[in-house]
Design a protein around this ligand. Structure first.
Ligand code: CP
Ligand code: NVA
Length: 304
């Protein structure tokens, strides 16, 4: 493992599977009351420049369960919001803390933070990617389907941070990945370039959800307007009409197909309420697995 978790592009498929193995162990230990306070006395600084429910709570609870402590820093209320350079924030936090989790807009800010910190940095979502979420998604799929290799993952909707991480994570774990998005809303070029390097017919970018979902083992979607794109909400609603994961679309998938959603969901937009409820157990298991997957990352990066 490298010093930081900045994006799944930096990891090998084997490293991703190793994190998932540790995540399974973390989940087992937590469920069976087996002590696992590997980070006793350690502190994680959590910088949030965007809203969060799951990421904040799962990192904070995860640090507590590992015997450590988490510190919430709001971008607005800290000096970061008043323009203190990232390189100085990195050097200061490195003197007090043992790790940093950051949720912000630009991927470059996270990369700069990591370059200037002597402690591990974990990406808790940028406009470019959401690696912790996708580790939890892959963990949930592997748990239910017993493997990832050879399964088909279909992503329907915006080629956003979730799509980017799912393409990279899915392909690195040997999955077939099919993405359906409207013109102009494609995944990031760096991710499409990576997909081209994967040998075999493993990645497909299509326009119709029906094409993407055909014979899928897991269908994943996300909001049409991500954080920071609130002003585009109405335009995006029009652009994404026809990209709703509904019961008719699900009929085209493999029988027993899973549905995942990172949440929060806009029911009636990217996902129909009945499909959401029919797959609620899988979706909330996915939310729970954020905790276990991130505890694995915290342990692997911050242990002595
Ligand atoms: N899925 C996810 O990252 O949720 P939050 O925005 O609530 O952290
Ligand atoms: N794509 C969404 C994910 C939220 C967890 C966003 O960036 O807002």
């Amino acid at each position: 493992m490298q010093k930081d978790l900045l994006k799944l592009l930096d990891l090998t498929g084997q490293e991703i599977n190793e994190i998932l193995d540790v995540a399974d162990q973390m989940k087992y230990s937590q469920k069976h009351g087996i002590p696992h306070d590997y980070l006793r006395g350690k502190t994680l600084a959590m910088i949030f420049e965007k809203n969060s429910t799951r990421t904040r709570v799962s990192f904070e609870v995860g640090m507590y369960q590992l015997g450590g402590h988490a510190l919430f820093l709001s971008g607005k209320e800290s000096q970061i919001g008043r323009g203190e350079p990232v390189e100085d924030t990195a050097r200061v936090l490195s003197r007090y803390c043992d790790g940093i989790m950051i949720r912000t807009f630009a991927q470059e800010e996270v990369e700069e933070l990591a370059r200037c910190s002597t402690i591990p940095v974990i990406n808790g979502l940028t406009d470019f990617c959401h690696p912790c979420q996708v580790l939890a998604d892959l963990m949930t799929v592997r748990e239910k389907m017993t493997r990832l290799e050879g399964l088909k993952l279909a992503f329907i909707g915006d080629g956003n941070n979730m799509a980017n991480s799912l393409i990279v994570g899915g392909l690195k774990c040997g999955m077939y990945v099919s993405v359906a998005c409207p013109e102009g809303y494609e995944p990031d070029g760096r991710v499409l370039d990576f997909a081209k390097t994967v040998t075999g017919p493993k990645f497909q970018l299509v326009r119709t959800p029906a094409e993407a979902v055909k014979d899928a083992d897991v269908v994943i979607t996300d909001v049409w307007a991500s954080m920071g794109q609130e002003g585009e909400r109405e335009a995006r609603k029009k652009a994404f009409a026809g990209y709703c994961v509904d019961a008719d679309l699900m009929k085209l998938a493999h029988p027993g197909c899973m549905v995942q959603h990172c949440l929060p969901a806009h029911k009636g937009e990217e996902i129909a309420a009945d499909v959401f409820e029919a797959h609620a157990d899988e979706i909330f298991e996915e939310a729970e697995n954020r905790l276990h997957a991130q505890k694995a990352v915290l342990y692997l990066l911050m242990r002595d």
